[in-house]
Design a protein around this ligand. Structure first.
Ligand SMILES: [Zn+2]
Ligand SMILES: [Zn+2]
Length: 449
């Protein structure tokens, strides 16, 4: 088996069944797995999973004190700001773009340490990083640690159920897994220590940094605004820690195909560019799946990317030595695509516009999912998944012999939803190309193709 199939600890219910389908565990199975994963009495190798829940539990007293002793609307406002913008943008900057995707480098480790500790510490890096590589390798397939098609709870509990590394890796595989974290500054266990502790990160480092980080921030918040502010912001961190898990579910369309033409250009998976995570933390997730190692994910004009502004700001100050930015490639490649809004000012832009218009006539269903969700929809009796899967085709019939074969593939009832969506995308592209070619051949003189 390949390294990427092996690196995470498989849950008791497994990733995939005999027939090759995703296993969708019951609530009971999910909770049983979660409690077995944090049980440090069963094996101390569970410590790394237990600690992220312990950290969340340690934040609860701050939430209680804030609620019953210091509650005020201005503090609540700061709590929300800290949780939804500051914590989540730092998550993008540190866990996502640096620790996992290495989209930029620091000029000195001190900047790395500051970026790592810019906010209250929550979970250990390895829980996020290793599993996130698996997420990109297997997006929306069995084995994806937060496969949205298996439901909200599957994603909410994924940090303990699906995100820790396997406890029986060979030395070669362990070295590879540890390699995912070598640039982060996390103290890494030797293979011998891994066999004892079951983790990449050293427990001394993990616990030591946690205590230092919380002590520093509590003192800083206290000096700025007393116990009230400190308790409010610790509560904000708690909400982030809990709610960030829901992002993995909604960021992949809650397991359904909800792509919007002109917004979500990557159709190989269910990821979406959503407004709130995008504007608040730079998580333009569909763009990110197209260019995972780009330090910028906000590519379109309205796509504010606060994480990118931090990276660019530090680069200008000299604290970040280098970064990758794929905005140019994105614009070149996708804004000339059939489903995109072209901004091409060259000679053939008129033809592209005409072909796009014709294409939209044929596929007048660009926003199929919201339409399908309406009660008066003709296919109301179908399940939501079936509707989101089949609606794009609707009553569309191939007009030209050239389309017959892909169309026949598409109408094969044995296709899975995902295969269907992939084929549909290819089909739309092929149709568009034929129209575009026809328009080019006749000099754009006709609208009747
Ligand atoms: Zn994703
Ligand atoms: Zn990623």
């Amino acid at each position: 088996m390949a390294f990427i199939d092996n690196v995470l600890q498989q849950p008791a219910y497994g990733w995939i069944d005999q027939a090759g389908n995703l296993v969708i565990p019951t609530k009971k199975q999910l909770f049983t797995e979660a409690f077995s994963r944090i049980n440090v009495l069963a094996t101390r190798k569970n410590w790394i999973s237990a600690i992220s829940w312990l950290m969340a539990a340690c934040m609860v007293p701050f939430l209680l004190v804030f609620t019953f002793k210091y509650f005020s609307l201005p503090l609540l406002g700061l709590l929300v700001l800290y949780s939804m913008v500051i914590m989540s943008t730092q998550g993008t900057i540190w866990f996502h773009r640096y620790s996992t995707h290495r989209s930029y480098t620091f000029s000195h480790p001190v900047w790395r340490f500051i970026t790592q500790n810019l906010v209250l510490r929550t979970f250990p890096e390895e829980i996020y990083v290793v599993s996130h590589h698996v997420h990109h390798a297997k997006s929306d397939q069995p084995g994806d640690p937060y496969n949205a098609q298996a439901g909200l709870l599957y994603c909410m509990l994924s940090d303990v159920n699906h995100q820790s590394i396997a406890k029986d890796l060979s030395e070669a595989d362990y070295t590879k897994a540890a390699g995912f974290l070598r640039h982060t500054g996390v103290w890494i266990n030797s293979y011998k220590d891994y066999q004892k502790w079951g983790s990449i990160a050293s427990p001394v480092y993990t616990v030591g940094l946690w205590i230092l980080n919380w002590s520093f921030w509590y003192t800083a918040f206290f000096l700025i605004g007393g116990h009230g502010l400190a308790c409010a912001l610790f509560s904000g961190a708690f909400f982030w820690l809990v709610l960030v898990r829901a992002f993995n579910y909604t960021g992949h369309g809650k397991g359904q195909q909800k792509h919007v033409d002109g917004v979500d250009f990557d159709r190989r998976n269910l990821s979406l560019n959503q407004i709130r995570p995008g504007l608040f933390s730079g998580e333009w997730h569909n763009n990110h799946h197209l260019y995972p190692s780009s330090a910028r994910a906000g590519f379109l004009r309205y796509q504010l990317d606060l994480a990118w502004l931090y990276i660019l700001g530090l680069y200008k100050l000299g604290a970040i030595a280098s970064y990758r930015d794929n905005k140019k490639e994105f614009l070149q490649k996708y804004l000339r695509e059939p489903m995109g809004q072209t901004n091409d000012k060259s000679a053939d832009s008129g033809r592209i516009r005409k072909a796009t218009a014709r294409f939209h006539q044929l596929f007048s269903d660009s926003q199929t999912v919201p339409e399908a969700a309406k009660n008066n929809h003709p296919k109301k009796s179908m399940s939501i998944q079936e509707r989101s899967c089949w609606d794009p085709l609707r009553e569309t019939l191939p007009e030209s012999g050239a389309f017959t074969e892909p169309y026949a593939h598409l109408t094969n009832p044995d296709l899975s939803c995902q295969q269907f969506n992939r084929l549909l995308h290819q089909y739309k592209q092929a149709v568009f190309e034929v129209y575009h070619r026809q328009l080019t051949d006749d000099g754009g003189a006709t609208n009747s193709v």
